[in-house]
Write a protein that binds this ligand. Structure first.
Ligand SMILES: Cc1cc2nc3c(=O)[nH]c(=O)nc-3n(C[C@H](O)[C@H](O)[C@H](O)COP(=O)(O)OP(=O)(O)OC[C@H]3O[C@@H](n4cnc5c(N)ncnc54)[C@H](O)[C@@H]3O)c2cc1C
Length: 404
């Protein structure tokens, strides 16, 4: 039996604690927040998109991501479901293979994890931020407030820098560096984008199915389909979150970024052109925005009119053929410049982290320091939207717990 110290009671730390306790170790979990799993509670808009039916390595990113193949194999969707079923959690399936707790409440997941950990005798030290970790004579000294706890093995499960208000402070990167590990510079991912054009705010709150194409230095680099949400600062929605990793990376490199939005993906340009032409018959006596309101949300109509500089058009019936074409263009290929992302404060996850080549791929033990382990988002692993990030947190916590 080992004394195991786990830093962080988030998704990966909780699963690791349970597995380590099941193996008969004495487990001590240190959490800076007053409650465990605060970030889990915020996931999936409180519904917790816990995993996905289609877990594959291709859904993950990181400089040496292929090394994580073993972790995903050991804890696939089947094992994930079995793990949570053992805690008493039922599942329901959403679109695109997304898995949720049947209750649709993230709190069910946290409550059941905590109950299991406590039943297995895991000791929790809440409001106990670990400020430094040292290794002396084969033991780890975890410094917390005025106290020091000695452990045989130490697990860094501190998460990343994403959404620091939920507890992430990046302290895990500092612990890793202090033990001689390399850290790939973290950057925000699954995050909203800020647009240069202030008039985007006119459509704030409008959400629609659409297609986004991402251009970096005028080269098309990605295409995504899904929700597009206009906000006061720019763009959000699932399609935008999907492209945000590349936006973030380009911003770090100082490259120019723009997006082109297809707001009417079910209609071809030609079909939209003939629809508008047909609707000219209904334009008499209507303002341009009212006329467009017959097809698209009012706020979006205002944005389009501003974007295409059609404010001078008093009545829709005055539209010239050239101006009709401009409307088609704006609805099928609205070009907006992206200046940056909303940053770590708003990001769901962090790309970058502890370099994977310095970690054993099966056990997730440090190759530099014996009995030091890493799990969760602190590692250089980030997944696509759809339950992949929580899945990796559970999977990596599970593998560490089993390897201890
Ligand atoms: C708003 C939002 C929605 C999301 N939705 C989803 C979703 O639906 N599906 C999905 O798959 N992923 C989602 N994610 C991502 C997912 O939540 C994370 O990838 C996952 O929680 C990472 O788990 P972790 O254990 O690595 O870190 P965390 O869950 O962040 O846990 C780390 C814990 O360590 C604690 N800690 C940090 N430093 C210290 C220290 N020095 N001492 C003591 N304690 C410390 C923190 O307080 C925290 O509790 C979402 C993220 C956010 C922010």
């Amino acid at each position: 039996m080992k004394r195991v110290g786990i830093v962080g009671a988030g998704a990966s730390g909780l699963v690791c604690a349970i597995e380590a306790a099941r193996k008969g170790h004495a487990v001590f979990v240190f959490e800076k927040n007053s409650k465990v799993g605060r970030k889990i509670l915020a996931t999936g808009n409180g519904k917790c998109n816990i995993s996905n039916q289609n877990i594959t390595l291709e859904a993950y990113h990181g400089e040496a991501i292929s090394g994580m193949k073993e972790v995903l194999k050991r804890f696939d969707t089947f094992t994930c479901k079995a793990f949570f079923a053992k805690l008493g959690l039922e599942f329901r399936e959403g679109e695109e293979g997304k898995l949720y707790p049947m209750s649709h409440q993230a709190s069910s997941v946290v409550d059941l994890l905590l109950h299991e950990a406590r039943s297995l005798g895991v000791h929790f030290f809440l409001e106990n931020e670990v400020v430094a970790i040292e290794k002396k004579e084969g033991q780890f000294a975890l410094h917390v407030k005025e106290q020091t706890h000695l452990c045989d093995a130490c697990v860094i499960a501190t998460g990343s820098l994403a959404m620091p208000n939920l507890g992430s402070s990046g302290s895990g990167y500092d612990f890793a560096k202090a033990f001689g590990h390399q850290v790939i510079e973290p950057f925000p991912s699954l995050v909203q984008c800020v647009c240069e054009e202030a008039h985007v705010a006119l459509a704030s709150g409008v959400k629609m199915e659409g297609v986004v194409e991402l251009f970096v230095e005028n080269q098309k680099v990605q295409r995504a389909t899904g929700d597009l949400l206009f906000t006061a600062y720019g763009l959000s929605g699932s399609a935008i979150l999907e492209i945000s990793r590349k936006v973030s990376l380009a911003s770090v490199r100082g490259e120019k970024v723009h997006v082109v939005l297809d707001l009417m993906p079910t209609l071809s340009k030609e079909a939209l052109q003939s629809l508008l032409q047909k609707r000219v018959a209904t334009a008499q006596g209507k303002s341009l925005s009212l006329w467009l309101e017959g097809m698209i949300p009012k706020k979006l109509a205002l944005l389009i009119i501003h974007h295409e500089k059609l404010l001078h058009v008093k009545e829709a019936s005055e539209l010239s053929a050239k101006e009709l074409k401009k409307l088609v263009f704006a609805l099928k290929a609205l070009r907006l410049s992206v200046t940056k992302t909303k940053g770590f404060e708003s990001a769901e996850v962090c790309a970058g982290g502890v370099e994977l080549r310095e970690i054993e791929t099966k056990s997730l033990q440090s190759r530099r320091v014996e009995n030091l382990y890493f799990c969760g988002e602190v590692l250089d692993v980030d997944g696509n939207c759809g339950g992949f990030n929580l899945h990796f947190a559970w999977a990596s916590g599970f593998c560490v717990g089993q390897s201890l």
